[in-house]
Ligand binder design. Structure first.
Ligand code: DAH
Length: 330
């Protein structure tokens, strides 16, 4: 049996060792053959015979296990050597990063309004009830609050539901005239194909002396802006309601998918709603102590713009960080 110890130790790799294992410990292997001889051994020697054989078996097993571990360690070392990465080597396949489509869209919008002399303002994401609702003519228990449910903290603090509170912050901080936009994240208790709990808005506000600001001014700038963003689109204003503007309007563009023919995306109307706007309600000016002024305001959702510009079907995909989607915007 000595030679079997040698066989184990001479196995040059795992495959060779496996062959030795079968020949030794297999069903028809050496040990099985030796154990089978037991029946021919005289009864009084049987015990000793079995004891010797079992001792051998144990030793061979130990030898085998030790060899196996040694060969596996060797193989692992070889594999690591073969796969080692030379970190000093140049890679030709590095890919450039790109702005997220939402940020890129936001930048374009800001660019337009900056060129029209609107200053960029930021407010607070954790806002209070006064700025987010009360001062915007949305008193407690006003039904319009239902559409903007959010996360509430104690002491009347909340995650802002729109960028409109930045209007209030700016007016409390500055004297008129005002021309500002406010881009930023907002939060609502919504989640479906076209809504996420966090999204981005851009607010706009212009305030000047009475008589200097008209709905016609508002209409002109928004039409110009929408043509800048979507080039060849028709724009229409529909009467609507917002507590902080009077009169209020919602603005539609002709559907960018079907060019106004009617399709699934525009619910076969040929139009897509893209923003809300209006003439600032006198109650808002009263809340910030502005007298003898007039103004217009507007607000839009950045994700909605990004989806229409890039023809993205599911809003939620913008937040999944899927590299395949993001790579398309490089
Ligand atoms: N704050 C509104 C919203 O989140 C959007 C909006 C509509 C803003 C009309 C305005 C406005 O400034 O005049 O739904």
């Amino acid at each position: 049996m000595k030679e079997w110890y040698n066989k184990i130790n001479k196995a040059i790799n795992i495959d060779a060792l496996e062959e030795v294992r079968i020949a030794l410990f297999g069903k028809r292997g050496l040990l099985a053959t030796e154990f089978a001889k037991m029946k021919d051994v005289p009864n009084e020697q049987k015990a000793q015979f079995a004891k010797d054989l079992n001792a051998h078996k144990q030793n061979l097993m130990n030898e085998f296990t030790a060899k196996k571990i040694a060969l596996e360690t060797e193989a692992l070392k070889e594999a690591m050597k073969a796969e080692a990465i030379d970190v000093s080597m140049f890679s030709t396949s590095s890919s450039a990063g790109a702005l997220h489509p939402v940020m890129e869209t936001m930048d374009r919008i800001v660019e337009y309004f900056s060129s029209m002399n609107f200053a960029v303002k930021t407010g607070k994401m954790v806002e209070d009830d006064f700025h987010n609702f009360e001062a915007l003519n949305l008193p407690k228990y006003h039904p319009a609050r239902d559409m903007q449910d959010t996360f509430y903290f104690k002491d009347e603090m909340l995650l802002r539901t729109h960028t409109s509170p930045v209007q209030i912050r700016t007016m409390l901080e500055m004297k008129p005239p005002i021309r500002m936009i406010a881009p930023g994240a907002v939060f609502r208790r919504d989640y479906d194909l076209t809504h996420t709990p966090m999204f981005h808005q851009i607010e706009g506000l212009l305030v000047d002396e009475v008589g200097k600001v008209s709905f016609a001014n508002l209409k002109f700038i928004l039409e110009d802006f929408l043509k800048y963003m979507f080039s060849d689109v028709a724009v229409r204003f529909r009467p609507s309601f917002f507590p902080f503007t009077e009169p209020s309007a919602e603005v539609d563009i002709s559907c960018v998918f079907c060019k106004g023919e009617g399709c699934r995306v525009c619910s076969h109307t040929g139009w897509l709603e893209v923003l809300g706007c209006g003439i600032v309600d006198p109650n808002v000016f009263e809340a910030v102590n502005y007298k003898d002024v007039s103004g217009y305001a507007f607000g839009l959702g950045v994700e909605r713009f990004a989806m229409l510009i890039h023809q993205i079907g599911d809003l939620r995909s913008l937040f999944e960080g899927d590299i395949k989607l993001l790579e398309q915007f490089q």
